[in-house]
Design a protein around this ligand. Structure first.
Ligand code: TXA
Ligand code: MG
Length: 318
């Protein structure tokens, strides 16, 4: 059994020794290794059973570390960094050769972010390393927002750091930045409107842009139970137990064996913060299948629907 620990010093030592540490960020838990130690980073892929074509995000503590990672640090990048960091924005740009290929999955770009979580910042400080970290789930499964979620999926880990828990609840917004223009590769808490306010000259790139994110798979974030969007579920069966992931009000609660309400007053931020936690509870319950209510696609609702659509993808045909 892996151990949940409050010992940040020990965690920092493990990172320094090329070992893995699961740690909280303000979004979800990450599975970290020294980004400049290719052997250590290889352990992340092995532990998660993650395909090596899916690149990782490098976490930093200070803007001065960007020089080690990016070849060019232009005005647009600095503006975004100064405005949104520390915080849930990941920026993809041309990488320095010294960044190991395994981190970037052989691409000539690398993804970087500066987390706002105090435990993550302390780990970065004490280790003195840039830490490469994907979400600390087994590949394709639900992202973890508590140490116990990590333990459930990755029991073999030596160190799962306890500390300040994630608040945002959904992974960072990932953008690619190229010549002052950005393209959102993965929606998150920071929206296109937020980004446009900081880069008003920039027009968000069109969907047919050649920029691609290799990790953007259609199916992802899935609980270990069949899951359907409300309105797309199979015909009701009296001998099945239904779990319901509700946005807010529930009209016919008697239909469901277990209900998880994401928000008490239809607040999308609250819904995002509770999203993975609620899905973990439904996954761990005795329901046979999960029905999820769509949320309004504005603000962080876009990111929630992105995760929901990926979670139900394999069951979309009924
Ligand atoms: O909030 C988060 O971003 C969390 C915490 C731990 O920081 N991390 C996270 O990592 O969600 P992960 O590995 O689950 O997702 C990283 C995403 C993937 O969709 C990947 O394809 C994309 O970032 N990405 C990473 N490097 C990239 C690159 N060079 N070009 C395009 N996309 C990249
Ligand atoms: Mg992930």
């Amino acid at each position: 059994m892996s151990s949940i620990s409050n010992d940040i010093k020990l965690a920092a030592q493990l990172i320094g020794n090329g070992e893995l540490v699961a740690f909280p960020t303000e979004t979800v838990y990450g599975l970290g290794a020294d980004a400049f130690n290719a052997e250590a980073v290889a352990k992340i892929f092995a532990t998660k059973e993650r395909p090596t074509f899916n690149p990782l995000i490098v976490h930093i503590r200070d803007i001065s570390e960007l020089e080690k990672l990016f070849v060019e640090i232009d005005d647009a990048l600095l503006k975004l960094a100064e405005h949104f960091w520390p915080g849930p924005l990941t920026i993809v740009a041309k990488k320095q050769q010294a960044v190991p290929d395994i981190v970037s999955a052989g691409l000539d770009t690398v993804a970087v972010r500066m987390p706002a979580n105090q435990t993550a910042r302390e780990l970065l400080k004490l280790s003195g390393k840039c830490i490469a970290a994907p979400s600390a789930n087994r590949f394709g499964m639900l992202s973890p927002t508590t140490p116990e979620h990590v333990q459930k999926q990755l029991p073999e880990l030596k160190c799962i750091l306890n500390g300040e828990l994630p608040k945002v609840g959904i992974e960072s917004t990932v953008i690619e930045l190229c010549q002052g223009e950005f393209k959102i590769l993965r929606p998150g808490f920071i929206t296109e409107q937020d980004l446009m306010k900081v880069l008003p000259q920039s027009k968000a790139k069109e969907a047919n842009s050649p920029i691609k994110s290799p990790g953007l798979l259609k199916s992802h974030y899935s609980p270990r139970k069949p899951m359907y969007l409300l309105g797309n579920e199979p015909e009701y069966s009296a001998n099945k137990k239904y779990g319901f992931l509700a946005f807010s009000e529930v009209k016919n609660p008697d239909k469901y064996h277990q209900i998880e309400r994401l928000s008490t007053n239809a607040d999308l931020g609250e819904a995002a913060a509770n999203f993975f936690e609620a899905l973990h509870r439904l996954e761990d319950s005795d329901v046979d299948l999960i029905i999820a209510e769509p949320v309004p696609e504005t603000g962080i609702g876009i990111a929630i629907m992105d995760r929901l659509n990926k979670a139900v993808y394999q069951y979309r045909g009924k």
